[in-house]
Design a protein around this ligand. Sequence first.
Ligand code: ADP
Ligand code: MG
Ligand code: ZN
Length: 486
Amino acid sequence: MEYEAVIGLEVHVQLNTRTKMFCGCKNEYGGAQNTHLCPVCLGLPGALPVPNQTAIEKTILTGLMLGCHIAPRCKFDRKNYFYADMPKNYQISQYDQPLCLGGEVKLHTLAFPKDVQKEPQALAGKSIRLTRIHLEEDVAKSSHYETQSGIDFNRAGTPLMEIVSEADISTPEEAFAYLSALKQILIYGGVSDADMEKGQMRCDVNVSVRPVGQKEFGTKVEVKNVNSISAVRRALRYEIDRQIENAKGNVPQKQETRRWDDPKGQTTPMRSKEQAHDYRYFPDPDILPLRTDIGSPSLLETAKAALPELPEAKKARLTATYGLSDYHSSVLAAEVGLSLYYEKAAAGAKNKAVVANYLINEYLAVASAEDEVPVPPEYFAELANLFDEGKINNRQAKEVLGFMLAEKKAPGVLVKEKGMEQVSDTGALEKICDEAIAANPRGVADYKAGKTAAVNAIKGFVMKATKGQANPKVIDEILVRKLAAL
Ligand code: ADP
Ligand code: MG
Ligand code: ZN
């Protein structure tokens, strides 16, 4: 029997607000431990929460970017449980009235892992439906040592979005693409840096398997502790194989939570769902229900005004404005920082496609799109112009690019320093061309006999004589003219 996987992801995203969700303490990653605290986020008796308006607007903005329905009215609820990282013994969350409902994440080709981008599944353009997005507060961060545990309350009470997908994901590669595409949107909207390694985006992976053709879902396993997008792919590959193996051996799957051990490359049991909590949710009596649709401006209107140009629209505009190929536009649109960089570079360049070529085909071949380009965009414009004006040829331009990135000097300066200016002085070239023709009677004869490609042999002679620094366009002109006159 053939089996298939069914996957749904729950993603927690830290919002990059200045302050925490219900108090004025700083929301800051990496501050000295236990320095951003107050009675509210420490859960001291009598402290009263005040919702952070920016966090609500950023959550609505996220919902708008993902095509969610924004609830006109919602509320906050208490999720009760006792745990050391939760000083109030309840977490303020949203239960039955989340801010955002529905929506979807489109899986575009470049969001897939590089090694499968050319495969049909990456080209199909599937969408993953969202169930909901709600807003809650994060808990403190605990660290466990040999005999002790420590708690840092700086994170307690910071705003956290939970984005829940439908179980629409079918492969580890789709899960990877979902997370990459989601991260891209979050960065576009400026709501979070969404770095999984920093815990700014955290993912619980739900997965089950079922015989192909069966409609009902199998029993799901929730995998925790997966700390990067590529680890989600690895964890799923392992877990799906394990579950299929069990299914084939008629080992029943119990509903459980497992932990991903990345160095070992396996999931291990954490707890089974029989001990599932009853969170006794109820509306938080300290916080009034929210209206997102009234007020001037309303929360919804403020979020709408902050809507950025989204990846697909950006891609279309880049293609239309700069005459770029579809591929170049997608690569640029995939990384909002890179596209801004490109547009600055293109502004100073005569040939916009040449800039894209050096930035994408040459620079990105050796660097990551997420990293900041180490030189100002004007340098790429200058490089493109030097090439476009025939001052350097393509081979030289690539060389200059290498020097430019290593030495952080402007291309014009480098061309002079390295003595790379193409010989475009026609007087000097005329003479060398005469020599080349004299030295290649065979090439000349072939050319005269109609084999126009024979000109290349003569051209090769000129290139050699000028150590590759002759302007190929100029040589072509001179040679064709001289040969015609023979
Ligand atoms: P829980 O109450 O355990 O958190 P939910 O019903 O809220 O479960 O679902 C949590 C996530 O698990 C969602 O992303 C959902 O799509 C996914 N999910 C639910 N059932 C399954 C299943 N049988 N197999 C895989 N994923 C599932
Ligand atoms: Mg859950
Ligand atoms: Zn506080």
